[in-house]
Design a protein around this ligand. Structure first.
Ligand code: NAD
Length: 450
């Protein structure tokens, strides 16, 4: 694997895990397949206990995992602690699933009919670099709970926390081969999850381009696939809202994780009569954002993950009408200031494309219909926010915005209790929420003649 870099300083890290070869990937998939029958047959209460032990060990190592993410991905320490805690919480939440993986008894003539949720076998999980810990856990926690074994490929840039979590699983008592972390290239290890017949489902989070390729590849074996892809989400601010509160919260909805967030509300739509007040207050809020060393407890935004990502974001700013920016620290590292662009042309790249960095475009609208039309004028449909004090309008607009995850008068992040996923080209299938374990099973129907 190429040398890992600390994004906030540009310094090389003194660890660089080896990239798995195709043969090594095959060997790990074989190991996961061998471990499957015994894991499937672990009594539900015992599988639950093992997942809770795993959660407790993650909790014990929360600070270590968080510090590792600050170093490897440049996440602020506050965020990184939340992310490690989210792994723990997902494991605890889904530890209740093995004992509640209910089928149904369906009334039929001539006998008794029952259904079972049976695990698929080996599940492949492909993770991007933007949220290495949570996105891994959203896949492996429900997959393991449902009785599958897992092969997990972290992103090339950010493998360290996944490797450590894999070690903690074994230390917690999960049998060898049940959760396997395989660092390596997307084109080698990731592709192998798609082509290997023993991998029965692929959960992919990443770019829409790669997601389409994976979906096409999975078609060959009618392999189950879940896709969590890009977004270009709208934050819709009506003039009847508390404009000061909406403006104060808007920066966190897009600049969190330096904008490298598929749910980033990277388009702000503001009703024209409140536009000037909103933009004025937004400027104050953006300038006050603490963009400093992510290891500092006060840090609210860190660097971009890599020089390449920073360059790709910067390219969107060429020719864009930048209204104002926040600050960045002096010195090395892949820093970019939080940047606000005023937009009036919906064909501009910065308005249409997923920038995946700390850039937000603001545009005025006149009425509810126009706000909805602008919000839906995108190939994506992942998330969004609606700010209004009119509850009827909140529900009307929420029902008409084509996106999987909306919040009213908040920018609620992904919550493990509720389903998460995208409309249109933002994805396929849902993760998290109470039904997630079922997505890692086949439903089997058995009829018993009387
Ligand atoms: P990416 O698609 O390049 O890579 C994601 C993962 O896929 C990495 O682990 C990579 O190694 C692997 N991969 C790459 N090519 C592959 C292939 N041919 N076959 C199998 N695996 C392959 O994306 P990225 O640059 O790591 O992440 C940024 C993108 O991910 C953004 O577009 C962002 O919107 C999206 N994203 C979406 C969500 C979501 O939940 N919807 C979450 C995070 C990131």
């Amino acid at each position: 694997m190429s040398t890992l870099i600390n994004p906030s300083t540009g310094a090389e890290l003194d660890v660089s895990p080896a990239s798995a070869t195709l043969e090594e990937a095959d060997a790990v998939i074989a190991r996961a397949h061998d471990a499957f029958p015994a894991w499937r047959d672990v009594a539900p209460g015992e599988r639950a206990r093992l997942l809770r032990a795993f959660a407790a060990l993650v909790d014990e190592h929360l600070e270590e995992l968080a510090q590792l993410e600050v170093l490897n991905a440049g996440h602020t320490i506050g965020n990184a602690r939340w992310e490690a805690g989210n792994v723990r919480d997902c494991l605890n939440y889904y530890s209740a699933a093995p004992e509640r993986l209910f089928g149904r008894q369906i009334p039929v003539p001539g006998g008794t009919d029952v259904t079972f949720h049976e695990p698929l076998g080996v599940v492949g999980i492909i993770v991007p670099w933007n949220f290495p810990m949570p996105i891994a856990a959203w896949g492996f926690a429900p997959a393991l709970a449902a009785g599958n074994t897992v092969v997990l490929k972290p992103a090339e840039l950010t493998p360290l926390t996944a490797i450590r979590i894999g070690e903690l699983a074994v230390e917690a008592g999960l049998p060898e081969g049940v959760l396997n972390v395989v660092p390596g290239k997307g084109s080698v290890v990731g592709e192998r999850f798609v082509t290997h017949p023993l991998v029965r489902k692929v959960c992919f989070t990443g770019s829409t381009t790669v997601g389409k390729r994976i979906m096409a590849g999975c078609a060959d074996q009618v392999k189950r696939v879940t896709l969590e892809l890009g977004g270009k989400s709208a934050n819709i601010v009506f003039a009847d809202t508390d404009v000061a509160a909406a403006a104060a919260s808007a920066p966190y909805a897009v600049f969190d994780n330096a904008g490298q967030d598929c749910c980033a509300r990277s388009r702000i739509l503001v009703q024209r009569s409140a536009y000037d007040e909103f933009v004025g207050r937004l400027e104050t809020a953006v300038k006050a954002l603490r963009v400093i060393d992510p290891a500092d407890e006060q840090s609210e935004m860190g660097p971009m993950v890599s020089a390449g990502q920073r360059d790709s974001v910067q390219a969107y700013l060429d020719g864009a009408s930048v209204a104002f920016t926040g600050s960045v620290p002096d010195g090395p590292g892949w820093w970019l200031p939080p940047t606000v662009v005023e937009s009036s042309d919906t064909t501009e790249a910065v308005w249409r494309e997923e920038v995946f960095g700390p850039v937000v475009a603001v545009m005025a609208f006149d009425d509810e219909d126009e706000a909805i039309a602008l919000a839906n004028d995108t190939e994506y449909g992942l998330s969004g926010s609606i700010f209004t004090s009119d509850v009827g309008r909140a529900l009307r607009v929420a029902r008409r915005v084509e996106a999987g995850n909306l919040s009213v008068n908040s920018h609620s992040a992904v919550r493990y209790w509720t389903p998460f996923g995208g409309y249109k080209q933002s994805g396929l299938g849902r993760e998290l929420g109470p039904d997630a374990p079922n997505a890692f099973t086949e439903e089997k129907n058995v009829f018993i003649a009387h």
